[in-house]
Design a protein around this ligand. Sequence first.
Ligand code: ZN
Length: 512
Amino acid sequence: MSRVVNSTAAGGLPGGAGQSPIQQRAQRRGRLLLAAVAAATIALGTTAVLALTGQLQPGRLWGFDLTEIPSILAATDGNDDSTDNLTSRSVVPLEEVANGEGATVPGTGLSTPVPPPGNLNSASRGSTLLGSPDQPFPPVVPSGQVRAVETGNGLVLPVISGDDASWRVHTACEQIITISRTDAVPIGPAHVVLDAGHGGTEPGAVGPSGLTEKEINLDVVLRAKAKLERLGAKVVLTRAGDHNITTKSRGRIAEAVEPALFVSVHHNGGAPAGGDVPGTMAFTKAGSDLSARFGGLFYQALEPVLNKAAAERRAAYEAYVAELEAYEALVDAYDQSVAARDEALVTNGQLPSTTIPSSRDTGTPPTARQRQPKFTTTVPANASTTVPVPSTIAPPPPFTVKPVQPFSFAGSGNRGVRAWIRPDGLDYLSVLRNSGDVPTVLVEYLYLTNPAEEALLMDPEFLDAQAEALVTAIVDYFSTTKRGTGFVADQYDDQPIGGGGTPDGCVEPQLP
Ligand SMILES: [Zn+2]
């Protein structure tokens, strides 16, 4: 009997997951450093790595001063229309002045507004809790004025005027058109108007894998709407499909529908310095206490959801590292059994020692020896031996565990709830500036441009949890006096942010 000892058998460890165990083993000594750098690079981007290495200064965690504004500008996805000239709340187009009170519904018998308890008019929403913990959303009663209509294909159009046959309305791209009364039905008031940021030709922020902000904004909004309606809320969306709509039109819809709350949903872009805490931001309406209260409630509801998701992802990464360590221990044991066998063969004169670089002598890992392709020795069955030749153990199976990336949030230095105000005292963000006196908040959930956060946002369960947090905050807003958390100093700015949302390039959605 003889047995064949060859380099392929000795060195042919099965690989897996795009990297052989040999390569994995060779990298082990540097893993801690590599993992730290990889984690920082993957999760935070180059800017953050530079910041960590002292070449840039990351922003402070809470609050900020003027020196931080450039990083905040870079971090925010851009949802303003910098060319919007109708910047003052006191400047109203003539047709709105003429029809500012809305049009009476012909033939409905609702020509006299009747404000029952819980009616959502601007007087009650400013001072009174509308609901209770048992019934956060009391029934909405039409006021008799039609200020918005909804088309059969789901477009919400603010009404300028109406007659027995038609409505004169604003469109998504700020045109004024006349549509037949058979093509639209009156809507409003509502408890909440939800706005899915961007849409159509404007994707908003885009993740490294191509996930677009416009689609996840709408996903979260649709989920939240369904949940809220199950709780009895009347919810209106600025867009229910993937189409353009200017920021002014979004605000105009909210103003027309008269909700007690208007929330514009976004996910952030850019690659600001990251960390262990989420970079969630909420921009509240200048001077609006109700808006600030909702911003705080949103932050308070969302933060634990994000921290839980992060803890799960970090645990998954640690489990992956543990599996890798255990596998490398198997590879080590196998390597050592091969080395022991080869050493016995050399001692017995059955293997020329010069063909076997010793890891002990050279410091080279055994895996380097295994790469030598020409080493093949036949061991005679009757060879005289001075030492017994041990058998090698079985090589480990391929490593097939799917790699898990380390997790880190981006934007930790920019997080918080604040108003963002221009020197003239008006809101910096157009959608807040154009929503009349409706309490309005623009929320930035996470940084879509951070690979780790994009991976989270690809998970429907996580998107549902985000929607649930929004619903929790809205229920709290309607039924409690809680003020929430996460407040930081207001921000002041006068530089255009850009980012679309203007009539320029706006592609009108399909009208009836
Ligand atoms: Zn956005």
